[in-house]
Structures are given as structure tokens and as C-alpha cells.
Design a protein around this ligand. Structure first.
Ligand code: GDP
Length: 700
């Protein structure tokens, strides 16, 4: 059995970055130094997303596992620390994935490209991390690259992300002359003495650097001592501040988000990653440094419950990722927030009100899987072969139930039809799609009843492209892909009352269902509500769920163009029944008829997904980009300068954004980049709506 370290010695961290900043290389170096079990691999040149996917896969389980465990000790803190690295995706189309990893990690290392500094996606991820209050440290990578500029990168963090960033290190030399790092707190020069960067020397600051280092050092130290009155006093009276004291204050300030320490190096050249690991241990929180997890009782969402990160509390755990593993099958990654999860015990899946039993638990290391019999509070592992548990579900002690706040995933906003290229592809396609959908809650798949086509849906064009690529590479399934379609929705604008009757009297036993409903529009994103206000048994209680079922089924196909209806409250307030002829089916039909009729009367309308778009463009092309955005119904929210570039922040309907990468490239001769993510649903303007409805054959 694996030994469980004291909870203070656990770090659950994510390494987050803009794609290409070096997340994979940093992760790989971390696994190398902590395990020293395999050869340092190298990512070759190539920036396309698909290349990156392929490369990642070639490196096997190490990088792609949802959580990989490694161990580290520092000179200052020689105890054994367990670092669980939670995988975070590099591309913005996977916002939901980023969010769910942020939810289960306690701290993050944010990696930046030392040439480009802060990039648009780093900003998005940074703001998400703010939302989840994730304490962070920064690593400015690639200082060996031509054009690397530590100070400029640090300034871009200070200006665009946080004024709380404080330099812990500065580089000695840059680009091909990048030879080492100055540790500002220790006031030492650090140089690596062997090829793989596992050994280094610490030396006094050389005479020619003394003045510059002193300037940087006093700036950083001032920001640290400001956090503690006693230290500040000592500092101001000219006393020496102990290194250990600085580290202690920095830890508290990093965990509370008052300081974001900044480190630097070159992962590729094996410089700086070990010191970064020291920083993870010294500054990022352990599970007891963060607030207790919150949830509610399964039968009462009003009662808030709390669980402390303590082995003696009742068990609660969150399943945060389902992955298929080629060797052991389905793996459900979970984080234990409180108590101890043991194999062979009966658990409750409180989200689904079902029982669950865990037979096997594994911990993923860089090079092997370790079998565990128990996992304690604060730790992360994976269960093998769970039947009833999906992403976002809570597992808990059946005697002390709690439902943790669910992970929320947006519905897909874009769909395409796919068709298998050969009969062999057809046979494997279903399995591939099911596996992919199980892993990724923002990816959905269905069969169109009318055309028998398979439709896949996701969060953006790129998301679906990657799915199709994975089908080919991982499952050997080739498909032809149709034109992308926007996932419109329907709703109502007015309140109305409506009657639904399903009455058939054709000899023998008849059918009798009769309901009166009030339909009301709800705010955007509220979904569907059903309220029962039947009094005095006008409709017997047993039929009410059937009315609700009928209403719900009818919502799946809107009255304008067959898109799903959302954001409607239906209140059942009256109706009647027949002693002999009434049945479940009759009431279900009455509910359906009432909803359909009512929706027609209640000013039905079409909703479309709106994307948040950021375009970064050279000034001379700004006019062309703006002109094009205006023709795309964009709402310009903000225009700012970023160095020599202009940044246009806007909201644009997804329907206008197909193939935007190509359009933008040709408009600007490649002098622009953009990021786009789903923002919200909004009503389609009347003239556009007519075009959509006319161009589209009604689905019914
Ligand atoms: P990710 O997309 O963030 O995971 O980035 P990768 O780790 O795949 O790195 C992207 C590219 O940058 C690859 O070609 C790496 O070899 C390269 N790279 C990563 N770290 C460094 C570094 O420190 N210096 C240099 N020069 N290149 C690096």
C-alpha cells in the first residue's frame, strides 16, 4: 500500500499557458527531474494545433494523464512533497476543460513565452484563474530564444495581468548567451553544471552585476516586506532580513493572492525548472491552505454544507475527468476533499442518487501506475471501471451525504454532420464517438432522425476539427465532414395562458387529458421550469409527471424551426380528467399540445450563440478588420493599444464567424491573430431571423 504523506506535503497544481509557450516542455522537465526515469524528450518545431496533438500523443501517457503524481524536496524543506500535476488544455476552445481543471487544483504555474510575453489566451486563462481564486506563480520561459526579453515580459504581466507580480529571479544573459539565473532573494548567481540541468552552482554576485542586481533585489524585497509589519519595520531600520523569513511571508502572500512571484528560465535548455519546483513547494498552497469545500444536502439545495480537508471528516470526492486508458479501460479521476476513500466500500453518488462501489484505484506516475487501496483527503487518483459516475458527480459517505457544487458545462454551439468513409469506419465510428463524448462533456453526438446522419456538436470549429482528428489517429476512423451549423435555440417573449386537450372517443375505451398552462419567458440561461399549481384534485397527482413529460418533450422541438426551446416556465394551474378514459399517455399528449400551441401564441423567437472575439492586429490593417467585423453584426466593446498593435474586443454572432481564420489572414496578410470563445445566447434580429427561417426547411 502506498504511504500517505501528511496533507501539508501535498500540492495539487496545474501548469497553464498559452499554446506553444512551453507547457508541455516544462511538464516534461518536471517529470524528468522528479522521477529521473526517462530520457528528456524534445518537442520539435511546429506550431499547428494538430502537430501539437500528435506530438503530445507520441509522448504517451505521461503528459496527457488528467493527473500525474511526482515527488520533490527542497534544500530548505527536505521533507518529501507530493506534487499532483493536473492536466490543463492549451487551447481556448476548451474553456470548459480549463475551468474544470481549475476547480480541482489548489495552485498554478503560469508559463509565458519570454519573447511574446503575455498573449491573448494567457489573459483569458488568467481571468478564469482569478474567478476560481487560484494562487499562482509565473514562469517566463524560452529566455534562450532570439528576441527573448525578460523585463519586457515581466512588464507585460504587470500591465496586462496583475500589478502584484514580483520578480524572484532575473536572467544572466539572454538568447544564446543565456547562461544562468540570479536568485534575488538568496542574492546568488546560479549556473548549471551538467547537461540535463540537474546540478547547479551558487556563487556570489559578480562585481559587474552588483549594481543592477541590487536595484532589482531591493524592489522585490520591498514588495515582500510590505506584507508584514514586523519585517517592514526591520527592513526600514536597516536590519538584515533572513531568507527563511522572506520565504515564509511570500508563501502567505502568494496563497492569499497578494503577491504573484515570477521566475524565469528555459525549459528546453534545462535551466530553471528545478528552481520552479522548489517554488511550487515553498509558495503554492497545500489542500489545508484553501477554504473548505462547499456543497449542499442531496434533498435540500438550500442547506449549505462544508467539508474540511481532513482525514477524519466524512468522505466526499469529486469526479472531474473520465478518460479511456488503453491498458485498464475507463478511468474516473477524482479529488478527495474530505475523509478517506477506500476500495471495496459502498459509496453514494449523491449527484445521481445511486450507489457506487470502487474496486480498483490507481495513481498515475510518469512511467507507471500504482495500485492504491485508499486515497486520503486532499489527494487525487483514478478509479477503474466505475459504472454510474460521470464528470462532475460527487461521491460520498452514504451516511453523510453532500452534493458538491456541480461543474457547469455550456451546451454545444456548433454542429456538423459526419459520414464514415468506408463500411469499416462505420462500424468503429459509434464506439469512437461514445468514448470521446464520455471524456468531454462539451462534446455531444446524435443521429438526425430524418436524414439518419450522425451529427457531432461542440464549442467551436476548432474543437470539432480536433475531435475528427482524434477519431482518425486514436480510433482509426475516417469521416467526411459537412458544413458547420449554428446551434440556434428558440424561446418566447410573452406570457400567455393556453389549453391543451387530448380527447378521443371512438367506441371502446377513449382517451381524456385536459390541461391549462401558463407559459412565461425566463431570463436567458435559466432553462426550463415546471410548476404544479393544481388544487383540489382537478387532475389526479399521478398524471402530473406525465403532463411535465409532455411539456418537456415538446420543448425539444421549437415551433419556429424545430430548434430546442429554452428559458420557459410552464405552470399547470387547471384542467380536468375522466374516471375511465384518462391515462398517462393522454395527459402527456395534452401537455405537449398545450406547450406547442402556447409557444406559437407567446411571440416565439430565435436565439443564437454570441462569441467573445479578440483580434490583435497591426495598426495599418485595423480599418479593414473593423469594416469586416461591422459587416458581421459585431458589437465592438473596446479598442486598445498593445505595443505597436491594436486590440479589438467585440461580440459577434457565431453564425458570421465560420472560417474566420482564413478571412482574417487574407484581410491582413497574416498580420493579425484572434481568440474566440462562447459568451451567451441572444435574440436573432428580425431581418436575419427571416433569412434563417426562409432558408431552412422546418424540421417538422
Ligand atoms: P505547449 O504548446 O505550451 O505545450 O508548448 P511546447 O512545450 O510544446 O513548446 C512549444 C515549442 O516551443 C516547441 O517547439 C518547444 O521545443 C519550444 N520550447 C519550449 N520551451 C522552450 C524554451 O525554453 N526555449 C526554446 N527556445 N524553445 C522552447
Amino acid at each position: 500500500m502506498a504511504q500517505q504523506l501528511p496533507i501539508q506535503q501535498i500540492r495539487n497544481i496545474g501548469i497553464i499557458a498559452h499554446i506553444d509557450a512551453g507547457k508541455t516542455t516544462v511538464t516534461e522537465r518536471v517529470l524528468y527531474y522528479t522521477g529521473k526515469t526517462y530520457k528528456i524528450g524534445e518537442v520539435h518545431e511546429g506550431t499547428a494545433v494538430m502537430d501539437w496533438m500528435a506530438q503530445e500523443r507520441e509522448r504517451g501517457i505521461t503528459i496527457t494523464a488528467a493527473a500525474t503524481t511526482s515527488f520533490w524536496s527542497t534544500k530548505l524543506q527536505p521533507a518529501k512533497y507530493q506534487i499532483n500535476i493536473i492536466d490543463t488544455p492549451g487551447h481556448i476552445d476548451f474553456t470548459a476543460e480549463v475551468q474544470r481543471s481549475l476547480r480541482v487544483l489548489d495552485g498554478a504555474v503560469v508559463v509565458f513565452d519570454g519573447v511574446a510575453g503575455v498573449e491573448p489566451q494567457s489573459e483569458t486563462v488568467w481571468h478564469q484563474a482569478d474567478k476560481f481564486n487560484v494562487p499562482r506563480i509565473c514562469f517566463i520561459n524560452k529566455l534562450d530564444r532570439i528576441g527573448a526579453d525578460f523585463e519586457k515580459s515581466l512588464n507585460s504581466i504587470l500591465e496586462r495581468l496583475t500589478a502584484r507580480a514580483v520578480a524572484m529571479q532575473i536572467p544572466i544573459g539572454l538568447e544564446e548567451r543565456f547562461e544562468g539565473i540570479i536568485d534575488l532573494l538568496k542574492n546568488k548567481e546560479i549556473r548549471w553544471t551538467n547537461e540535463d540541468g540537474s546540478k547547479y552552482d551558487e556563487k556570489e554576485i559578480s562585481a559587474e552585476r552588483k549594481a543592477e542586481v541590487a536595484k532589482w533585489r531591493s524592489k522585490s524585497i520591498e514588495k515582500i516586506v510590505e506584507q508584514d509589519d514586523q519585517l517592514l519595520h526591520k527592513y526600514l531600520s536597516g536590519e538584515n532580513i533572513e531568507y527563511e523569513d522572506l520565504i515564509k511571508i511570500l508563501r502567505t502572500a502568494t496563497i492569499s493572492g497578494k503577491i504573484v512571484p515570477v521566475f524565469c528560465g528555459s525549459a528546453l535548455k534545462n535551466k530553471g525548472v528545478q528552481l520552479l519546483l522548489d517554488a511550487v513547494v515553498h509558495f503554492l498552497p497545500s489542500p489545508i491552505d484553501i477554504p473548505p469545500v462547499k456543497g449542499y444536502a442531496p434533498d435540500n439545495s438550500e442547506t449549505e454544507l462544508e467539508r474540511k480537508a481532513d482525514h477524519n471528516e466524512p468522505l466526499c470526492a469529486l469526479a472531474f475527468k473520465i478518460a479511456s486508458d488503453p491498458f485498464v479501460g475507463t478511468l474516473t479521476f477524482f479529488r478527495v476533499y474530505s475523509g478517506v476513500l477506500k476500495t471495496g466500500t459502498a459509496l453514494r453518488n449523491s449527484t445521481r442518487a445511486e450507489s457506487e462501489r470502487i474496486g480498483r484505484i490507481v495513481r498515475m506516475h510518469a512511467q507507471h501506475r500504482e495500485e492504491l487501496t485508499e486515497v486520503c483527503a486532499g489527494d487525487i487518483a483514478a478509479a477503474v471501471g466505475l459504472k454510474n459516475t460521470s464528470t462532475g458527480d460527487t461521491l460520498c459517505d452514504p451516511m453523510h451525504q453532500i452534493v458538491l457544487e456541480a461543474l457547469s458545462f455550456p451546451d454545444p454551439v456548433i454542429s456538423v454532420a459526419i459520414e464514415p468513409k468506408t463500411k469499416a469506419d462505420l462500424e468503429k465510428m459509434g464506439i469512437a464517438l461514445n468514448k470521446l463524448a464520455q471524456e468531454d462533456p462539451t462534446f455531444k453526438t446524435k443521429t438526425d432522425i430524418q436524414t439518419s446522419q450522425t451529427i457531432i456538436s461542440g464549442m467551436g470549429e476548432l474543437h470539432l476539427e480536433i475531435i475528427v482528428d482524434r477519431m482518425k489517429r486514436e480510433f482509426n476512423v475516417q469521416v467526411a465532414v459537412g458544413k458547420p451549423e449554428v446551434a440556434y435555440k428558440e424561446t418566447i417573449n410573452k406570457t400567455c395562458e393556453v389549453e391543451g386537450k387530448y380527447i378521443r372517443q371512438t367506441g371502446g375505451r377513449g382517451q381524456y387529458g385536459h390541461v391549462r398552462l401558463k407559459l412565461e419567458p425566463l431570463e436567458k440561461g435559466a432553462g426550463f421550469e415546471f410548476v404544479n399549481k393544481i388544487k383540489g384534485g382537478k387532475i389526479p397527482a399521478e398524471y402530473i409527471p406525465w403532463v411535465e413529460k409532455g411539456v418537456k418533450n415538446a420543448m425539444e422541438k421549437g415551433v419556429l424551426a424545430g430548434y430546442p426551446m429554452v428559458d420557459i416556465r410552464s405552470t399547470l394551474f387547471d384542467g380536468s380528467y375522466h374516471e375511465v378514459d384518462s391515462s398517462n399517455i393522454a395527459f402527456q399528449n395534452a401537455g405537449r399540445i398545450a406547450l406547442q400551441d402556447g409557444a406559437r401564441k407567446a411571440d416565439p423567437t430565435l436565439l443564437e450563440p454570441i462569441m467573445r472575439l479578440e483580434v490583435i492586429v497591426w495598426e495599418e490593417f485595423m480599418g479593414d478588420v473593423l469594416g469586416d467585423l461591422n459587416s458581421k453584426r459585431a458589437k465592438i466593446l473596446n479598442m486598445t493599444d498593445r505595443g505597436k498593435n491594436k486590440v479589438i474586443d467585440s461580440e459577434v454572432p457565431l453564425a458570421e464567424m465560420f472560417d474566420y481564420a482564413t478571412i482574417l489572414r487574407s484581410l491582413t496578410s497574416g498580420r493579425a491573430s484572434f481568440t474566440m470563445e462562447f459568451s451567451h445566447y441572444a435574440e436573432v434580429p428580425y431581418n436575419v431571423r427571416e433569412q434563417i427561417l426562409n432558408g431552412k426547411i422546418k424540421k417538422e
